[in-house]
Design a protein around this ligand. Structure first.
Ligand SMILES: [Zn+2]
Ligand SMILES: [Zn+2]
Length: 175
């Protein structure tokens, strides 16, 4: 996902970009990008300034934080970034003048590497507490079975401690 700035036409242009998931090196202990990344990319160029915006689509493989099962997490998000050639003066100007919501970035050697932009925006979509589904029942805290797919008898066996005391009292009065 590279844009060669001198080759871009002035004004608006559009690109459909796609790359394999491992190109983005987005994987960790409990997440992995598993689907190709599709980037519907709208570019606006004026001289050496380039504005990139568009929609991103891909999917992660995550582990559910409740039932510990792996699941696929689809991601769609938008990006909006302003690229300027890397030079100290331009960077300083950009930091002071740009509104906070605009992602201002720099490029060098006439080439914009969109991989970093895409990586940043996709990783922002990673949930803090991944859930395979909203109402995931999780694991039984006593025997560990997955309560989404199995039942266990732990709940019935468990006796409320207050009831246990009552039972003892009854037993005592009977003797
Ligand atoms: Zn789950
Ligand atoms: Zn159980």
């Amino acid at each position: 996902m590279l844009l060669n700035v001198p080759k871009l036409p002035e004004g608006n242009s559009e690109f459909q970009l796609e790359d394999r998931p491992n190109y983005f090196q987005l994987s960790g202990e409990d997440f992995q990008l598993v689907e190709p990344v599709r980037f519907d990319c709208h570019v606006w160029k004026s001289g050496r300034e380039v504005i990139v915006r568009g929609g991103l689509q891909s999917a992660f493989r995550l582990t559910c934080s409740r039932c510990l099962e792996p699941f696929t997490f689809a991601v769609t998000t938008t990006v909006f970034a302003d690229y300027r050639p890397r030079s100290r003066q331009v960077v300083e100007e950009a930091l002071e003048l740009e509104p906070a919501e605009l992602d201002t970035r720099t490029y060098a050697h006439d080439e914009i590497d969109l991989r970093l932009l895409v990586r940043d925006h996709l990783s922002l979509e990673l949930p803090m507490k991944p859930l395979c589904r909203e109402d995931c029942a999780g694991l039984c805290p006593h025997c560990g079975v997955n309560l989404n797919t199995q039942r266990c008898s732990c709940v019935e066996q468990q006796v409320d401690p207050r009831l246990a005391i009552l039972q003892q009292v009854k037993l005592r009065t009977r003797t």
